[in-house]
Design a protein around this ligand. Structure first.
Ligand code: F6R
Length: 611
């Protein structure tokens, strides 16, 4: 998704801005641009394609990009096609330059109003209305800050925006509503970005802006006005994110690195929270155990991969802890009328903590009378964490690959801990508690063992590369894992993949089966195994070719219609986490053969901050 970097300094900031954009590349984008103020002149450079094209263009300039104040942007097109004229920054009156993440929903009426006032639009974007609105209101206000404070009253929708004025190079003004912004504090210089990752080479001290904040940033000062118009102080946070989190560490892709990090990050997620004796107190935040004691129903809300983690958790929460649970896609929940059951806890899951639909769903849930809210999240200080009463950090470390891997498995580990924490308050039978504790204890080692299947899966991937469609099957708590496997394959290899609960086969999808449609089956040795085997026979009888990831004791044998990969035996409750690994590896190796952009698949973005 779009990325923002800005700086006010004494030194030339162009390389800081470009490096910031490079560090945001993982979020997905299609064009980029930089605006610099130098000697009371504004210079704008924009390019379609990778940041490399932008930095090459800047290098070719006479002054190779000079300016101690500047803003930069990577754009992921929403309004207007992928063209240089639609790339940010957008400019008004050759004086004001603007970068923007989010969507100004009332841009059409603003465009009409501003056009009537004589402003000429040179792009199809909603963002250009910000530049002209600020320019218009600056005429009747004493400072840029005042002009922006007036302007935001006219904007509907979501924005994280930064505005500079060539007539006052000492200042940039930023505004946040629905799209994150973080101020980076330097010594005699200050910065802004949509993600702290962009600024880690220049500072570790951050102020996370809150909803409705507008801030004026100079080299030596930061002034923040909250949504009620009051000047406020916000906490300065020392970042714990590793500076080199953006390093591939010798792996060919971030995604592969992140797949291999899973044993370690799952171990980190468990550390100090759960031991073979039990789950700690208030692991999900201060007062969480008391809230869990009162909880009668859990509603889980998320998007994409995080939604699949929620779906898996529903099986666990109901089967192990005996607590009723339903799971919903955030973009659906936020636009429908729903009934809140008594003593309901809302649980949101998000790797980034900035997903627009999930944030909006949480806001709605809080207004609708949920007893309390819990965020399961990977980014400390993110909007979701700040806006929830309780939180649990997944400790996966920065996830750079657009396709989520380690965030998912740590979310699942977090959910098994949630089962333990809630179960403790609900008299969950001792044998179930002991089973989950033993399973979590063996989990990191089981993940390590499962990763040794990589070579076998790499060979198997060759059989997929010429296929256009595929079907993933699972039952029970493996059904969401089949869904996640299908999502991974489609997003990075562009092979159409669908997932079904295998009991549903005969209700429609069997019609699709032929030798050109590989069927991928996840088959741990559990009480549904015999049912699953019947479904496998249904596929075989129709000439389907299957790839079965199965427990050795499930007794599947490879033959001309079936390739079997034996997954290490594990305790039942962690099987969904263990079986995720071979599906991630399969997608990765298929994408590698197909030569797609594994870490930044086409059309996709990391952290979807627009609806
Ligand atoms: C898929 C993927 C997405 C995200 C989804 C939600 O690999 O990464 O489906 O899971 O966009 O993102 P978060 O978890 O940041 O809310």
């Amino acid at each position: 998704m779009c990325g923002i970097v800005g700086a006010v300094a004494e030194r030339n900031v162009v390389q800081i801005l470009l490096e910031g954009l490079r560090r945001l590349e993982y979020r997905g984008y299609d064009s980029s641009g930089v605006a610099l103020i130098h000697d009371n002149a504004l210079s704008i450079t924009r390019r379609v394609g990778k940041v490399k094209a932008l930095s090459d263009a800047i290098e070719a300039l006479d002054d190779q990009g000079t300016g101690a104040t500047g803003i930069a942007h990577t754009r992921w097109a929403t309004h207007g096609g992928v063209t240089e004229s639609n790339a940010h920054p957008h400019v008004s009156q050759s004086r004001f330059a603007v970068v923007h993440n989010g969507i100004i929903e009332n841009h059409k009426s603003l465009r009409d109003e501003l056009s009537a006032l004589g402003y000429r639009f040179t792009s199809d974007t909603d963002t250009e209305t910000i530049a002209h609105t600020v320019a218009e209101l600056r005429k009747s206000t004493p400072t840029l800050l005042d002009a922006v404070l007036e302007s935001v009253k006219r904007f509907e929708g979501a924005y994280g925006t930064v505005i500079i004025d060539k007539d006052d190079a000492s200042t940039m003004v930023v505004a946040r509503s629905g799209s994150p912004l973080v101020i980076g504090l330097g010594i005699g210089e200050n910065f802004i970005a949509s993600d702290q990752m962009a600024l880690l080479p220049v500072t570790r001290r951050f102020i996370f802006l809150e909803e409705g904040d507008v801030a004026e940033i100079t080299r030596t000062s930061v002034r923040i006005i909250d949504e009620s118009g009051n000047e406020v102080e916000r906490e300065i946070v020392e970042s714990t994110v590793e500076h080199d989190a953006g390093d591939k560490g010798g792996y060919r892709h971030y995604m592969l690195k992140e797949i291999y990090e899973q044993p370690a990050v799952v171990r980190n997620t468990l550390q100090g929270r759960v031991s073979p004796d039990g789950i700690g107190n208030d692991v999900f935040g201060e007062g969480s155990d008391a809230i869990f004691a009162k909880t009668e129903h859990i509603k889980i809300i998320a998007c994409g991969t995080s939604y699949h983690a929620g779906m898996t958790a529903k099986y666990w929460l109901e089967a192990y802890a005996g607590v009723s649970c339903d799971v919903e896609i955030a973009s659906e929940f936020r636009y429908r009328k729903s009934v809140v059951k008594p003593n309901s806890l809302i649980v949101t899951i998000s790797q980034s903590g900035e997903t627009a639909d999930t944030l909006a769903a949480l806001k709605l849930a809080k207004e609708s009378g949920y007893m309390s809210s819990l965020a399961i999240c990977n980014v400390d200080g993110s909007s979701l964490v700040r806006e929830s009463s309780l939180s649990f950090m997944t400790r996966a470390g920065a996830e750079i690959g657009v396709a989520s891997t380690k965030a998912f498995t740590t979310q699942l580990a977090g959910f098994l801990m949630l089962v333990l924490a809630i179960g403790k308050q609900k008299n969950m039978p001792k044998d179930i508690q002991q089973h989950i504790l033993s399973a979590l204890t063996e989990l990191p080692a089981k993940l390590e063992e499962t990763l040794t299947l990589a070579d076998e899966i790499d060979h198997l991937a060759e059989e997929f590369s010429d296929k256009h469609h595929s079907l993933f099957l699972g039952r029970g708590d493996q059904y969401p894992i089949a869904m996640e496997g299908a999502l991974k394959l489609k997003e990075i290899s562009y092979i159409h993949a669908e997932a079904y609960a295998s009991g549903e086969l005969k209700h429609g999808p069997l019609a699709l089966i032929d030798a050109e449609m590989p069927v991928i089956v996840v088959a741990p040795n559990n009480e549904l195994l015999e049912k699953l085997k019947s479904n496998v026979e249904e596929v075989r009888a129709r000439g389907g070719i299957m790839y079965v990831f199965a427990d050795k004791d499930a007794h599947f044998e490879s033959d001309e219609t079936m390739r079997v990969v034996n997954v290490p035996h594990c305790l039942e409750s962690i099987a969904p986490i263990v079986y995720t690994i071979p599906l991630q590896l399969l997608s990765y190796y298929v994408a590698l053969i197909k030569g797609t952009d594994v870490d930044q698949p086409r059309n996709l973005a990391k952290s979807v901050t627009v609806e």
